[in-house]
Design a protein around this ligand. Structure first.
Ligand code: FES
Ligand code: FE2
Length: 393
């Protein structure tokens, strides 16, 4: 592995083994997916006591619950008896979690309530479900499977005003969609990092967002936007993502990206999609990009937010989950039309599903060799630098 990593040539795509070698995949699970913060869902998915949903990837299954006291918990879906999955339904409401195998039952905070016919000296208090680190950012639920998670403190402090302005604690999730991609997870994440492919692959997106343009043209739009901007949204970027993150801290990134002139939101024709988020007072012709951890991304328009999360199912298959959020007071049919609001990113992600799967087919070929990256793939290069660093034995 060290040899493979050392052989990587900066400015180029990765070699084939990174996408096909099982040892590398196992290392990624350990060093990335079991270490970093992952966005799993939103508090509005479990509003009532006893509500739960599962978050799953590769071999892991985690139960997100709402307890009697209203607290949100993340528990490993692995019975402390002989390891069976306890919760088999993807979501629901329950008073307790009862293992289907020998019926040990657990509270919604993981405490073992009952274990049939076990001896008196069996210590129930030492056999609760393993709890997973959980952090709320507004209503967004993040988990970390690490023993000692990376710190989110400076990110929370740096972006607090931005979260408040966009009303992160006043949003509701109105739709979630899962897109199955027949490719290694990295190809899907790499694709999300760059907009070099936007013009040929996403006509609709390119008619709304300036990011699809070559850097010089995109920068002209950014300058024009900064001169005329009218609302209080933060425009200062913070680049603490991937290889630029501080030691011991989770990577994050924030930037404000201009839309094309006349565009208000990510809809057909750029028209308004819903009521303005949080304390935003008017449309200012831009959208904010936010990344928290290496796998979770958010695009915040002035009137709705789209979340994207990439997770592996196996070495050759991954999923991209999309989440659409609006102001919690917005009403369907009155403030927003679900179809109009989800149109752009549903369409764009379906196209990505196809181009990424085609990318994998070519990467599998005997004749694939790493290719030169363009100037529009700079963010992608940061991802690759970070990736090789975290993979190092
Ligand atoms: S494996 Fe769960 S009760 Fe036996
Ligand atoms: Fe794309």
């Amino acid at each position: 592995m060290s040899e493979l990593i050392n052989n990587y040539q900066s400015g180029y795509s990765l070699g084939q083994s990174f996408y096909t070698n099982d040892d590398i995949y196992q290392k990624e699970i350990e060093n990335i997916f079991l270490k970093h913060w992952i966005f799993v869902g939103h508090a509005s998915q479990i509003p009532e006591h006893g509500d739960f949903f599962l978050f799953e990837f590769d071999q892991e299954s985690i139960i997100i619950t709402r307890t009697k006291t209203g607290e949100i918990n993340a528990l490993l879906n692995v019975c402390r008896h002989r390891g069976s999955h306890i919760c088999l339904e993807k979501k629901g409401n329950t008073k307790s979690l009862i293992c289907p195998y020998h019926a040990w039952s657990y509270n919604l905070d993981g405490k073992l309530l009952a274990a049939r016919n076990m001896n008196d000296d069996f210590d129930k208090s030492a056999n609760g479900l393993h709890r997973v680190h959980l952090e709320l950012i507004g209503g967004l639920i993040f988990i970390s499977l690490a023993e000692k998670p990376l710190s989110l403190k400076s990110m929370q402090a740096d972006l607090k005003d931005t979260f408040d302005l966009f009303g992160f604690d006043k949003m509701k999730l109105i739709k979630q969609n899962t897109y199955h991609i027949r490719a290694n997870w990295k190809l899907a994440v790499e694709n999300y990092q760059e907009c070099y492919h936007c013009t040929p692959s996403h006509r609709e997106y390119s008619e709304i967002h300036a990011a699809a343009l070559p850097p010089a043209k995109r920068n002209q739009h950014l300058e024009a936007y900064l001169k005329t901007k009218t609302n209080a949204v933060r425009t200062r970027s913070c680049d603490c993502y991937f290889d630029l993150a501080n030691e011991g801290e989770e990577g994050y990134q924030y930037s404000r990206e201009p839309l094309l002139p006349g565009m208000k939101s990510g809809t057909a024709g750029g028209i308004a999609a819903s009521r303005l988020l949080g304390n935003i007072t008017d449309y200012d012709g831009a959208a904010s990009d936010l990344m928290i951890g290496p796998l979770s991304f958010f695009l915040i328009y002035d009137d709705h937010m789209v979340g994207y999360r990439f997770m592996p199912l196996s070495i050759a298959n991954c999923v991209c989950d999309l989440f659409w959020f609006v102001h919690e007071a917005a009403e369907e049919g009155k403030d927003y039309d679900l179809k109009e609001l989800t149109w752009l990113w549903d369409l764009t992600t379906q196209a990505d599903e196809e181009i990424v799967a085609n990318n994998q087919k070519g990467v599998n070929s005997h004749f694939y060799r790493p290719g030169k990256l363009s100037e529009m793939e700079g963010f992608h290069q940061h991802f690759l630098n970070w990736y090789l660093k975290v993979l190092k034995p």
